[in-house]
Design a binder for this molecule. Structure first.
Ligand code: SF4
Length: 354
């Protein structure tokens, strides 16, 4: 499950780079220079780091590549969504997405190759989990997305391929790197981790002390239905998720959002809305997400827009804040994991140079 090789420079915290510089007999300020080259100037190789001694760069290059991921394919959508397929050093692939919601621009990042949770509406889980991503492979998704746009990606959602709480050490390290004020300098409030709620991973995340936003993927108001929709990977029960929401709020002061993918005829009945309204309790934030089509389950579709609106209106009657999402990027296989699945069947054209 672990990533195969030494982490890239992009996946090292500043304190680790300081230790590396000390070991290579370099003054402490070199660590700050290196960190800024990677995260602010977004240098993809040591060649570009012209204010560092050549011998030092050569020794670094022998231990840590600056980045290990390659942009293999870029899929822009008519609605502005931009999806990147990145090739990893061992030949695996992951996706990351730039979601423009003017004036906010968001990077959506993956944490695993594949996913063991196997949600029935998600292409990422269709073939199980292959391995965890390293912290560098997570950070590099952000850097690769940012390198391809003039817009500043000020928000991060960890909602791409994989269950983030099955890979907490690398996730937490990547988020600390992205929050470093000498680098990308993302505020914790601008980061959201979305999870199906495996209880052990949740405890690990709490111990990391990150004060990021949490989104809990509910998708059903009963355990019986939820275990059909979110079948594997030790995902928590509905009661577990309610408990997690309370504990996250107590530990961080951050509101928790519940996520609910709407699937026609499965979880979109009036009684589903009633039950959902009861169980969100004091955490009155729900993201309703009309299902994106997936090629392997053509019978699963989103309800009609007017039906989605009626479902949302029922929840709002009790004061719940409902964000009814637009379906985005259907033309670029926007459903999580679709592009990776396509690339396994046939090669995709390379991206234009950035
Ligand atoms: S929705 Fe998330 S947790 Fe479920 S299979 Fe897809 S990536 Fe995994």
């Amino acid at each position: 499950m672990a990533p195969p090789s030494a982490d890239s420079l992009a996946g090292l915290e500043r304190s680790e780079i300081e230790a590396l510089c000390a070991r290579l007999d370099q003054p402490a300020y070199r660590a700050r220079q290196l960190f800024r080259w990677v995260h602010v100037q977004r240098a993809a190789s040591y060649e570009a780091m012209s204010n560092l001694p050549r011998a030092f760069r050569e020794r670094l290059a022998a231990e840590h590549p600056v980045q290990t991921t390659q942009r293999e394919h870029e899929a822009p959508s008519g609605d502005g969504t931009r999806k990147l397929l990145l090739r990893l050093a061992d030949g695996e692939a992951v996706e990351c997405v730039h979601i423009p919601d003017t004036p906010r621009h968001t990077a959506c990042l993956s944490t695993q190759v594949g996913c063991g949770v196997g949600c029935i509406f998600c292409a990422s889980g269709a073939e199980g989990v292959v391995r965890n991503l390293s912290s560098g492979e997570i950070v590099e998704q952000y850097l690769q997305l940012q390198a391809g746009t003039q817009d500043r990606l000020r928000n991060v959602v960890v909602m791409g391929i994989g269950e983030p709480l099955h890979n907490v050490p690398a996730l937490a390290k990547a988020l600390r790197i992205l929050q470093d004020p000498e680098g990308v300098d993302l505020g914790a409030r601008r980061i959201t981790v979305s999870t199906s709620g495996p209880p052990r991973g949740f405890e690990q995340l709490l111990r990391e002390g990150l004060r990021v936003n949490l989104a809990l993927s509910l998708h059903a108001a009963s355990d019986a239905l939820r275990s059909r929709l979110v079948p594997g990977g030790g995902a928590g029960t509905v009661a577990d998720l309610q408990g997690m929401a309370d504990r996250w709020f107590e530990a961080t002061g951050r509101d928790v959002t519940f996520e609910y993918v709407l699937i026609q005829g499965i979880n979109d009945r009036d009684e589903d809305a009633e039950a959902l309204a009861r169980l969100v309790g004091r955490h009155r934030n729900i993201n309703l997400i009309p299902m994106n089509p997936v090629s392997f389950a053509p019978a699963l579709v989103a309800p009609l827009p007017e039906h989605c609106k009626r479902f949302a209106d029922r929840l709002r009657r009790d004061g719940t804040v409902v964000n009814l999402r637009r379906q985005r990027g259907d033309d670029v296989a926007a459903a999580c994991g679709q592009l990776r699945l396509h690339s396994k069947k046939q090669p995709l054209p390379p991206p234009a140079p950035s």
